[in-house]
Design a protein around this ligand. Sequence first.
Ligand code: DP6
Length: 328
Amino acid sequence: MNKKDIVRIILGGKTISAKPSASAFASSNIALCKYWGKRDEELNLPVTASLSVSLGHLGTRTKISISNMADRITLDDCELADEDPFARRLISFLDLFRSPREKYNIETKNNFPTAAGLASSASGFAALVIALDDLYAWHLTKKELSLLARLGSGSASRSIFNGFVEWQRGSRDDGMDSFAQVLAEQWPELRLGVVTVADEQKAVGSRAGMRRTTETSELYRSWPLQVEKDLRNIKEAIQNRDFELLGKTAESNALAMHATMLAAWPPLLYWKPETVLVFQKVWKMREAGVPVYFTIDAGPNVKILFLENQLNVVSKNFGSMEIVTPFS
Ligand code: DP6
């Protein structure tokens, strides 16, 4: 099975009549229980399930127009060269859906620093799939949109939804049971603070990082067990509004993921010295009785987890952070 087979299954029989242009927004998301490792690289099928919360106003807006010239891709107002890795990834994704003669003009804008450890590919591919659905009037269900977004980037399957979102591992070889679903629960008091310690492009992208970890890290063997336990605890924490359980599970899950990376060869360390200083500050605040936790993806930036009633003390400690209200 390849991506094209899956697109054929999902879109089979749908008439292709494009309108001139369409645009869509998708929120980025941050996993509280991470996706790290694939059981199928072609279809982005994960080794484990994962669970995220979406980042509200932080995300990607993508406009797509049919063009009769060559493909043109603009990211944050800069036109990308054909050989740019992101442009190539986008173009090979778009090739799954179009006839060879059809060209596109794509304008995509992230309202957060690209490659800053916020999943720009998650909201990017989700926004693109939603825009394509509108462009071609496919009227796909959210489940189908999630399956298609997953083919672009695993974490994009979760960015089709808002709120707490679980991406099922699934067990089928064609991945038709590996899509995201939204959880019924909301948590309006939950806040996330994005502490940006560096906004340069990371040296090893998550795709390559995952591959290196699954292929060389002995510690990775225990990762599925960790996820099984953490997913159970996070769902329980959400159901019971138990912030301490949510925070400590998310923090420990992120650190366990980074432990599998450190045990890879060559070792993978996405942190900067400033990243560790943020961890230490969070731990110090907890020692002083402030309920605050963190999570971190494959990058140097840290996301602080806290509740609305701690906003003042958290803001005082992390001056320049972007505050996100996932359930606004
Ligand atoms: C650490 O979804 O970017 O952010 O499927 O190869 O595109 P690809 O990977 P991607 O990986 C995200 C990894 C993570 C954890 C997570 O978001 O669950």
